[in-house]
Design a protein around this ligand. Structure first.
Ligand code: URA
Length: 439
């Protein structure tokens, strides 16, 4: 059936639900470049403001999933499991939990994304390792999942081509924070990768796309119900993004943090050790849920011990090195930032809150992410965190360190970072990392 794109845009703009035929026409035509970016941008903005009902969200997800093919992993034995996060700042757990779960014996096929808005993306982090190629063929993807139990790729012309194009467009048109668009983007990728189970890390708070816990919970419920409709086992963890996760945000810096965890290194500096431990802990908990979904353990605690044992044994690090090898990445050449700047406090008191989105925007100003689709990422750019919510600060004490190649970008990032903080004389208690588990 043929429709006029502007009629569909107008219908959604005016708040009416679209039929599955209209949605499918728009998505398939856009994927084949028969509808231009400007019309898709207009529809995305209309969806952003008007939302979609459950039927529309499901139709959008199906259409995006069927814009490409689904990987057939039936020849790979075992329970194939993945994790997907809805996006955060310093959220690097995939690089740790993928190797842990694969080393624990479960196949982990991962179709990941790039940075989106102020949040980082797994592919960008991995590509900061010189030579790391995320553009493997589907045949290589299947072979690696079969033989090595792990492989990371992005959306391709074959898998989720609609998400490949729409994701990049949403990134630069301020149309990310929309429940139906996030749902369709995540589920289309995850259902295409041939998994049996999925762990969802749904972020809430100032650095998440869903600022309110209740919105994050409805996103989680929607994601779970669509994934279950496809016959997948699924669990969702609602995790805190009211502050960045871990010690660093920025691509090669985050890889360094992950490598230190995988190598079981512990910093002598208690602040560094505490920051890194946040990442380690969340990675282990998510790994435990991935293992537990497979039905191989009788409790989450048992699955956690299994994940931790694999990490402590060094097998997860070996798996990470193997992963670098299959993707042609040379970890020994991981670039180091050329310049750095300490950002210090001009006030005395306690960190009351952190606007994590503003911290992500500081990363964008440093070129750790893209402000427009054609931007090239500086892999070493990013921020180190010395303080988190509830910590005391004195005048002149370091709160952040900015890293990168171009010190000319540091001043505006510094302003943004300082603006992101609220410091008061009263101590605020830090919130727990995991708020709720929906299973
Ligand atoms: N992650 C995705 O893959 N898509 C979104 O829309 C948001 C987070």
């Amino acid at each position: 059936m043929i429709f006029l794109p502007m009629e569909i845009i107008k219908k959604k703009r005016n708040g009416f639900p679209l039929t599955s035929e209209e949605i499918n026409f728009f998505i398939q035509s856009y994927t084949k470049s028969q509808i231009p970016d400007y019309q898709m941008s207009a529809l995305l903005m209309a969806i952003y403001f008007r939302g979609m009902n459950n039927e529309e969200t499901l139709a959008l997800t199906k259409s995006m999933l069927h814009s490409g093919i689904t990987v057939d992993l039936s020849s790979v034995p075992g329970f194939k499991v993945d994790k997907h996060s809805t996006g955060g700042v310093g959220d690097k757990t995939s690089l740790i939990l993928g190797p842990i779960v694969a080393a624990a014996g479960l196949p982990v096929p991962m179709i990941s994304g790039r940075g989106l808005g102020h949040t980082g993306g797994t592919l960008d982090k991995l590509e900061s390792i010189p030579g790391f190629n995320t553009q493997l063929s589907l045949e290589d993807f299947r072979k690696n999942v079969l033989e090595k139990k792990i492989c990371f790729i992005g959306q391709t012309q074959e898998i989720c081509p609609a998400d490949k194009k729409i994701y990049a467009l949403r990134d630069v048109t301020a149309t990310i924070e929309s429940l139906p668009l996030i749902c369709a983007s995540i589920i289309s990728k995850k259902m295409a990768e041939g998994i049996d189970g999925l762990v969802l890390d749904v972020k809430f708070g100032s650095g998440a796309f869903m600022k309110e816990l209740s919105d994050a919970e409805s996103l989680a419920q929607n994601l779970m119900s669509i994934a279950r409709g496809y016959g997948k086992k699924v669990v969702a963890l609602l995790t805190n993004m009211n502050q960045p996760l871990g010690r660093f945000a920025g691509n090669s810096l985050e890889v360094e943090e992950c490598v230190s965890i995988l190598k079981n290194e512990t910093s002598q500096d208690p602040v560094e050790a505490r920051m890194v431990n946040e990442t380690r802990e969340l990675s282990l908990i998510l790994s435990a849920h991935m293992i537990h979904l497979s039905g191989q353990t009788s409790s989450i605690d048992e699955a956690y011990s299994r994940a931790e044992k694999v990490l402590i044994s060094g097998k997860a690090y070996e798996k990470f090195l193997e992963l670098c090898q299959i993707h042609s990445g040379n970890l020994s050449l991981l670039p180091r930032p050329e310049h750095q700047l300490a950002v210090v406090s001009s006030q005395k008191g306690y960190i009351n809150s952190m606007n994590t989105e503003a911290i992500g925007v500081a990363g964008l100003l440093l070129k750790a992410g893209r402000a427009k689709a054609s931007d090239v990422i500086e892999p070493t750019a990013g921020v180190e965190f010395h303080k988190k919510v509830g910590d005391s600060v004195s005048i002149g004490e370091k709160i952040f360190t900015i890293y990168g190649k171009d010190p000319g970008l540091f001043a505006s990032a510094q302003v943004k970072l300082l603006e992101s903080l609220s410091i008061s004389l009263q101590k605020t208690a830090a919130e727990p990392l995991i708020k709720k588990i929906l299973s």
